[in-house]
Write a protein that binds this ligand. Structure first.
Ligand SMILES: *[C@@H]1O[C@H](CO)[C@@H](O)[C@H](O)[C@H]1NC(C)=O
Ligand SMILES: *[C@@H]1O[C@H](CO)[C@@H](O)[C@H](O)[C@H]1NC(C)=O
Length: 401
């Protein structure tokens, strides 16, 4: 009996134990589930938070992007404004350059005239006029100097890098010299014909009996004057009748071998120029002579009437031309930059030194191979890196005039 009781009690204990055990397991599982639920809730909360944070971030970045875009367009506008201002300033600078130009070359003769001018101004105006009448009849009636550039016209680009073109002041005909030497010249009826032509099509091709050397020719009243260099020592000026097609005269010049007039255009042995007073020859007697000489020539006989040393250096000279008996020498640098008239020489000694301008040429493509003045139109025909350009000039009277 006692044994049965013990068995029953132990059995009951076992049952109770099992029940306890299951209860504990259930509790445990329930707790785990709650914990998982909690964690899921937490994850959910976190995900939600991330999502809102993402949205906020997106909003922020899009705002920042819009701001940046705005800034960019503002900077762009600022830049545009700045570049416009730079352009304006450049133009103003150019203007100032042409207006208040320091003189590069002041010659002794000019200084004397300058003093005379001050002396004259203090005297009676009528007396000055009387003095002037006398002086004018003694020298010439051409009393203008260049004061600036009125306009630039780029006609077209034909031919090679170097060359020259010019217009006969006494007719409308235009002459093209392609390259730095040759035996042909192209003649157009007018500047308009030339600008409308395709290359040299439609022009009259003139075959010369002797080759021209140097882009230094001149055309005046139906005659072509050009430089001929048979050997290194024999330099001649040839006068050629463009109407009859024959050589009417030649004149010899004693010039040293390999001498070239402008150091930036070594192909130019000598340069012929036409102005209101006639025909001029710009040359250098020897290659060791540092300055440019100018000779006044008789157009009929090719005789030299007078020679002057301009005291304008050949070094860094690009071209030169003569206006009203005044030689204007144009300088540049070896790496072509802005061409400028930096030395002026008046053969009549009529220019007051203050008047001699430092003139900057308007923007260009490369370097001038030649510059030819036309006294009738008061403009310069330039050959710039193969481009044919017309510079229209503004003139003023010399102070003594
Ligand atoms: C000019 O000369 C160059 C070479 O010297 C040649 O190639 C060119 O065709 C010439 N142009 C004209 C228009 O004659
Ligand atoms: C060349 O001209 C300068 C002035 O520009 C002058 O000082 C110099 O003496 C001249 N040289 C000769 C050889 O004439």
């Amino acid at each position: 009996m006692k044994l049965l009781f013990v068995l029953l009690v132990s059995c009951a204990w076992t049952l109770i134990g099992a029940q306890n055990y299951y209860q504990a397991l259930m509790d445990y599982l329930e707790n785990r589930l709650l914990a998982i639920e909690d964690r899921m809730q937490m994850w959910h909360d976190h995900a939600h938070q991330y999502h809102t944070e993402m949205l906020d971030f997106k909003k922020l970045t899009s705002e920042a992007m819009a701001g940046l875009k705005n800034d960019h367009s503002m900077i762009f506008k600022d830049l545009e404004g700045a570049s416009a201002r730079v352009n304006l300033m450049e133009r103003e600078l150019e203007y100032v350059e042409t207006q208040n130009s320091p003189r590069a070359c002041v010659n002794m003769a000019d200084k004397v005239i300058e003093q005379e001018a001050w002396g004259l101004q203090e005297r009676d105006a009528v007396e000055v006029e009387d003095d002037w009448e006398e002086l004018q009849s003694r020298v010439s009636d051409c009393v203008e100097i260049i004061s600036g550039f009125r306009s630039v016209k780029i006609l077209k680009r034909i031919g090679s890098h170097k060359g020259m073109w010019t217009r006969d002041p006494k007719s409308s005909k235009v002459y093209i010299f392609n390259g730095t030497s040759g035996d042909t010249v192209h003649e157009f009826k007018s500047v308009r014909d030339f600008s409308r032509s395709l290359g040299v099509m439609g022009s009259r091709t003139i075959h010369l009996p002797f080759e021209w050397t140097s882009p230094g020719s001149a055309v005046y009243d139906g005659y072509l004057y050009y430089i001929k260099q048979k050997t290194d020592t024999d330099v001649q000026v040839v006068k050629y009748d463009l109407r009859s097609g024959s050589v009417t005269d030649t004149a010899m010049f004693p010039m040293e071998r390999h001498a070239s007039l402008y150091t930036l255009n070594p192909e130019t042995v000598a340069d012929l120029a036409v102005d209101d007073e006639g025909l001029w020859l710009l040359f250098t007697p020897t290659d060791s002579e540092p300055n440019i000489s100018v000779a006044k020539m008789d157009t009929a006989t090719l005789d030299i009437e007078q020679i002057w040393d301009t005291r304008c250096p050949r070094d860094n000279a690009e071209a030169a031309f003569v206006v009203c008996g005044t030689v204007y020498v144009v300088y540049n640098t070896r790496l072509a930059s802005r061409s400028r008239v930096q030395c002026v020489y008046d053969v009549n000694d009529m220019m007051v030194s203050e008047e001699a301008p430092l003139l900057y040429f308007p923007r260009r493509y490369g370097a001038h191979a030649s510059l030819k003045y036309n006294p009738e139109e008061k403009q310069v025909y330039g050959w710039d890196d193969g481009y044919q350009i017309i510079y229209r000039l503004t003139m003023k009277r010399k102070l003594l005039a």
